[in-house]
Write a new protein. Structure first.
Length: 132
């Protein structure tokens, strides 16, 4: 029984760790998307300031070009993380399924386990029944 309790705690820890990892990936995706939107606004502001929107123009802003590269890298990273997100969801689902199985096994063992009576409890009950 003790080893089963340890196994249940381990499975709970693993499931919680996978949940934290999933939340971390979701946060990173949201941050990358936000940063890409911010860069998009900065690019638009720089293009408006310089008056040149053609990226092939020789006088196109160096800052706007660098910001566009960064924006594209952010979007690419967010897309890669979305792939990891689906894998992390599957791993969490698997971990939760394992936890449910182990918890069900532990509950079944608790129900089937006989209640142990120490000699002291048995003697006390006998006195109470006999009226002594």
């Amino acid at each position: 029984m003790k080893s089963l309790d340890t196994l249940i705690r381990l499975k709970r820890f693993q499931a919680e760790e996978k949940r934290r990892h999933l939340a971390q990936i979701e946060t990173m995706i949201a941050d990358f998307d936000r940063m890409a939107r911010d860069l998009e606004r900065e690019i638009a502001a720089e293009e408006e300031r310089s008056g040149i929107t053609d990226t092939q123009h020789f006088a196109y802003s160096t800052y706007a070009r660098a910001a566009a590269t960064r924006r594209d890298n952010m979007r690419r990273s967010a897309d890669e993380l979305k792939g990891q997100l689906s894998e992390a969801r599957l791993a969490l689902d698997d971990a939760l399924d394992e936890l449910k199985k182990i918890e069900a096994l532990g509950e079944r063992e608790r129900i089937e386990a006989p209640v142990e009576m120490t000699p002291r409890n048995i003697a006390g009950r006998a006195r109470a029944v006999l009226g002594a």
